[in-house]
Design a protein around this ligand. Structure first.
Ligand SMILES: Cc1cc2nc3c(=O)[nH]c(=O)nc-3n(C[C@H](O)[C@H](O)[C@H](O)COP(=O)(O)OP(=O)(O)OC[C@H]3O[C@@H](n4cnc5c(N)ncnc54)[C@H](O)[C@@H]3O)c2cc1C
Length: 296
């Protein structure tokens, strides 16, 4: 197996165009497992870890541009206040060693329905920046996943970055596992309140062939808050609203029974997580100062 180590992004794109069968390697925390178990035997590995720009993030206008090679540890140390939803999810990934190596781009590359970065990226309305020698295209993260462990990447394309809008309101994440750490989610849920445009974002993990949004639940909650003037008053959230939100989140899922949990348990836990994250986010919204978005 050939091992190719480009030093620049342009070089990586040129090699990927020449050798579409070369498999990109970021932290290797998914890929090395597959290679070790002989689940995959690519002719070449394209090691992206020497490309420093992939490990950088910066704020551009109203969004964070997160290089595909940014690790969970970097998210935790540098972006905890800026992207709280993603940081909460990053904290639950694997162990410190996995968080030091594993990247958000690698999570998207694997496109597992259980990937922990996916729910907060969905709730935030992130875009995946995809590059090839032909140029760059942006794909909304809710259109990025096309099946279990399948994404929209075409031969010759690499993930360059994720563009995540700066939050204008609270973000929450919750994950159910069979133990507290080093665990793949049985189910996960992320919620973002967007008071600037009076919208709600959601992301469901591990409860369908792909990570997905609960669109009806988003619309219902945004409308319920608007009708009661709660976006402005930040008053008490009626229990009927919280309960219906939980029901609608569960309805949006399409889980299966597997070794980690039953479909019925996943549906139940999702409605519980939806109600809980809404209660936490609403408490944050009631107590927080209106948030400043960078670049405004
Ligand atoms: C012990 C252990 C615990 C784990 N716990 C969790 C957990 O709690 N939650 C969770 O979500 N995941 C977990 N994982 C899985 C893994 O750590 C994550 O999916 C991680 O985000 C993968 O990132 P990576 O940089 O290591 O990717 P890699 O393994 O390097 O790559 C993963 C895939 O993405 C592709 N890829 C990488 N970079 C790019 C790019 N720029 N463009 C295109 N394709 C690319 C690769 O070709 C490969 O197919 C765990 C793994 C292990 C081994």
């Amino acid at each position: 197996m050939e091992f190719i180590q480009p030093r620049t992004w342009a070089e990586a794109l040129a090699i990927q165009a020449d050798m579409p069968a070369a498999v990109p390697l970021a932290g290797g925390t998914d890929l090395m497992v597959e290679l070790n178990f002989a689940a995959r035997r690519p002719p070449a590995l394209l090691d992206l870890t020497r490309i420093s720009e992939l490990r950088q993030w910066n704020i551009e206008g109203n969004e964070v541009r997160l290089g595909a090679g940014v690790t969970y540890s970097q998210v935790l140390t540098g972006l905890g206040d800026t992207l709280p939803g993603l940081a909460l999810a990053a904290r639950t990934v694997g162990s410190p060693q996995i968080r030091n190596r594993g990247t958000v781009g690698g999570n998207l590359g694997t496109a597992s329905p259980a990937g922990d970065a996916h729910p907060p990226l969905l709730a935030a309305g992130a875009q995946v920046e995809i590059a090839s020698i032909r140029g760059t295209r942006s794909v909304p993260v809710d259109q990025f996943f096309v099946g279990a462990k399948r994404n929209v990447l075409e031969p010759g394309e690499l993930i360059a970055a994720v563009r995540i809008p700066l939050p204008s309101g609270p973000e929450q994440f919750s994950k159910i596992g069979t133990r507290n750490a080093m665990v793949i989610a049985v189910a996960a849920f992320s919620l973002a309140l967007h008071p600037d445009r009076q919208e709600v974002g959601t992301g469901i993990g591990s409860a369908g062939p792909t990570p997905r949004r609960a669109r009806k639940a988003e619309k219902f909650l945004a409308a319920a808050l608007a009708e009661a003037g709660l976006w402005e008053s930040r008053g008490r959230l009626p229990e009927t609203v919280t309960a219906e939100f939980g029901n609608l989140v569960a309805v949006a899922a399409d889980p299966i029974d597997d070794v980690r949990g039953t479909a019925a348990y996943r549906l139940h836990s999702l409605s519980v997580m939806a109600r809980r994250t809404l209660a936490w986010a609403w408490r944050d919204y009631q107590t927080a100062e209106p948030m400043n978005r960078g670049g405004d």
